[in-house]
Structures are given as structure tokens and as C-alpha cells.
Design a protein around this ligand. Structure first.
Ligand code: 13P
Length: 256
């Protein structure tokens, strides 16, 4: 059984001191549970303070929002996987639609980032998802498959088993218009089939597939009611300790 994973992607929000205040408040509201894993992905500048506020071996994991594929060198403004590992990051979000659309990231660089993360012991969270125009013209599956191919080609089953895939339809991100459970489940099933066909059954049965796009305390329950959905990548609703705690608590009781 896959353990549900709830990831809070703060995007470009919260300074280091705001991150610490969030963590203090959030931890008052929700306790650790074996039934769900929780990860926060602050901005790079808040990672160290967040790590210190969480303390050693916290039940709340840390993730970064991006990574460069080289370990060091002349890459002004970039951050490498070893730098993130030293801050106790376990996860890194790769290929978020903000990165693809606003910063011109393409599958080739996304693939290099996935591989660099894995080489340095970080679990990549690979984001895929179609635009509204692509959905309306029936291209959802082919767009998502191309992005999966682009990000994951050549990985060993062992490596792929540690990757998380996040299905984030672009039209659902920050719009208040989440995909219905049915819409998400259809795509999640095709993603799992892609892994099964390209790798094998065992790998397909362990890879976690999250849904992201306007997840709230109100809609998390029906989404997680399907065993095709292994958790959520949350944006806006993870910025307040109260709403993120409510989402996490729902996940903790859903698969008990
Ligand atoms: P929202 O939850 O704000 O729609 O953002 C989703 C997202 O992009 C998480 O990575």
C-alpha cells in the first residue's frame, strides 16, 4: 500500500522568519501519523531556518522547489543537489508548470534535473499536466505521456521507484477550479499504466502519483477517496497553517 504524501509548495512566498513562524503554528495543529507523509517546500532562502525549526528527524520532511543538474560551477543564481542535501532536503520539485511556462524549462533539462537529484539521494517530484487548450482538444494523455517520457526516460526501476509524479493540470493551478476526482483518476490511471508498460508491474505499484491544482481542505477528501490518488501537491492552501493542517489531517485519517 502506498503511503499518502502531502507536499506544501510555498512557491515564492514566506521569508525565513515567516517560515519559522508557520512551522511553529502548524505543529500545534497537527501531530505525526504513520498514515501520511508530509513535506514542506520553502524557497531556497528559507530552507535552513525551516530545517532548524523542524529539528533533527522531524516527521515533517523538507523539499526544494528546483535544482540545477551540475554539482557546482559557473551557474549564477542556481542551487545544486549536494547543496540541498546538506540542508536535509529529501525531495525536490522538478518541472513545475511555473518553471516550464515562465522560465522556459524543457524536457531535456527536466530530465537532467531528475537524474541529478537521484544521483545525490534526493527524491524528485516530477510535475506534469496539460493546459486548458490541450485538454479541450483531447491532448491530455499525449501531453502528459510526452512529459513523462521527457522526464523519466532511461531511469532504472530502482530509481523510478523513488520518484513521485505530480499530475498538475495547468488550468487547475491557482484557479480555484480543481479537477474532479474522476478527471484526476483517469489521468492517474494512464500515468500508472505508462510506468507499467515502460518499466514493470512492481515499479508501477510503488510509484506515488499526487494530484495538484486548487487542492483545499474542502476537496481533499473526495480526491483521496480514490486509491489512484496517492496524495496532493498543494499551493495556495498550504500557505496558512490552519488550512494546510486541515488538509494533512484529512489525509491522515483517509487510509487508516
Ligand atoms: P494551487 O494549489 O495554488 O492551485 O497550486 C498548485 C501547485 O502548483 C502546487 O505545486
Amino acid at each position: 500500500m502506498r503511503r499518502p504524501l502531502i507536499v506544501g509548495n510555498w512557491k515564492m512566498n514566506k521569508t525565513a522568519s515567516e517560515a519559522v513562524a508557520f512551522i511553529r503554528d502548524f505543529r500545534e495543529r497537527v501531530a505525526a501519523s504513520p498514515h501520511a507523509e508530509v513535506v514542506l517546500a520553502p524557497a531556497f532562502t528559507a530552507l535552513e531556518s525551516a530545517r532548524n525549526a523542524l529539528g533533527p528527524s522531524s516527521w515533517i520532511g523538507l523539499g526544494a522547489q528546483n535544482v540545477h543538474w551540475e554539482t557546482h560551477g559557473s551557474f549564477t543564481g542556481e542551487v545544486s543537489a549536494p547543496m540541498l542535501r546538506e540542508l536535509d532536503c529529501r525531495y525536490v520539485i522538478v518541472g513545475h508548470s511555473d518553471r516550464r511556462t515562465l522560465f522556459g524549462e524543457r524536457d531535456e533539462t527536466i530530465q537532467k534535473k531528475v537524474q541529478a537529484a537521484l544521483r545525490h539521494g534526493l527524491s524528485p517530484i516530477l510535475c506534469v499536466g496539460e493546459s486548458l487548450a490541450e485538454r479541450e482538444t483531447g491532448l491530455t494523455e499525449s501531453v502528459v505521456t510526452a512529459q513523462l517520457n521527457g522526464g523519466l526516460a532511461g531511469l532504472s526501476p530502482q530509481d523510478l521507484a523513488t520518484v513521485t509524479i505530480a499530475y498538475e493540470p495547468v488550468w487547475a493551478i491557482g484557479t480555484g477550479r480543481a479537477a474532479t476526482t474522476e478527471q484526476a483518476v483517469t489521468v492517474h490511471r494512464s500515468i500508472r499504466l505508462f510506468v507499467e508498460t515502460g518499466w514493470d508491474n512492481d515499479t508501477a505499484s510503488v510509484v506515488r502519483i499526487l494530484y495538484g491544482g486548487s487542492v483545499t481542505p474542502q476537496n481533499i477528501e473526495p480526491l483521496l477517496a480514490s486509491d489512484a490518488i496517492d496524495g496532493a501537491l498543494v499551493g495556495g492552501a498550504c500557505l496558512s497553517p490552519d488550512s494546510f493542517a486541515r488538509i494533512v489531517r484529512s489525509a491522515q485519517i483517509q487510509r487508516v
